[in-house]
Design a protein around this ligand. Sequence first.
Ligand code: FAD
Length: 326
Amino acid sequence: MAGVLIFADQKEGKFRKVIFEMLGEGRKLADHLGEELQAVLMGQNVEEYATVLGEAGADKVFVIDDPLLANYTTDGFANALVKLISTENPSIVLFPNNAVGKDLAPAVAQKLNAGQASDVIAIEYDNGLRFKRPIYAGKAFAHVSFTSNRTMIVTIRPKAFEAATPQPGKQPAIVRYASELDASSLRQIVKDVVRKASGRVELTEADIVVSGGRGMKSAENFKILEELADVLGAAVGASRAAVDEGWREPQYQVGQTGKVVSPTLYIACGISGAIQHLAGMSSSKYIVAINKDPEAEIFKVADYGIVADLFEVVPVLTEEFKKALA
Ligand code: FAD
């Protein structure tokens, strides 16, 4: 077995920050194992993006270019990737723990009859590799090691690892692979993609997240969170209660059944701090909670707590940040 392989998920040549974090930790893994750091680019007309991966440390980039991979499908990507992994036999493959990675990694692991560690937040290198992941909604940690000598399949939580140090000018070796996909073997095809422009930074990538819960009382009231988010360059999240009320769309839900975020700053407004919400945000570096109930659970995880009516505090914060950041 040879190689630490990064699944370099991209959209129109843009890589999420997590890919650079995977390349950063991938470098450490590759050096530890004495192996090559590899990445795989999949899609249509994607070879030109390989330079970005080289400059982020990849020694070799496999390119699987095929019109059938222009849009993500589980069958297309899993079949092409399994063929590559079966041929190249990497020691480990890292996927982002995002929507695509969470769908693709288990499909690949199943086809390879390989083990998988999901949502990994740290790798321990002493006494064999061990992968640390939160369990029970973040209440405990599991340390996973692989017992078979097959390729290890691992998904990496965004913002848990340091991004790769850029190496300007580093050119990776390019190896082209034919996908050998046959349209009839794909059980789904994407006919059209309708993009919804939000102009806001993606929730799991944001350095600052401002979230609202049932305490927001209506969809319209989220406007005050958007104003605060605009000043801070933040993403806007929501509790499940706010999503269930129809005030925010499901993709903005933070928590056990929503997205996991680890920003530098998380501002929770009118959120009580249920365990299922904490599962999605307790790894944030600094947590600020605004809640009018001094007994609210959210204050147990907050670094700064403001016991007050959010409708009074949030507009003041927005004004003060505006002045401070002007
Ligand atoms: P509430 O618990 O109703 O809290 C509202 C808070 O707002 C209160 O603390 C109140 O004091 C405060 N408030 C009210 N008005 C104001 C005001 N004017 N100013 C300041 N504060 C005010 N939840 C998630 O968030 N994410 C998940 O992914 C998730 N997954 C779940 C999965 C399962 C299997 C289950 C069973 C539950 C899940 N939940 C999840 C739901 C979770 O248990 C809670 O019900 C939910 O998080 C509560 O949302 P909330 O804090 O917004 O609402």
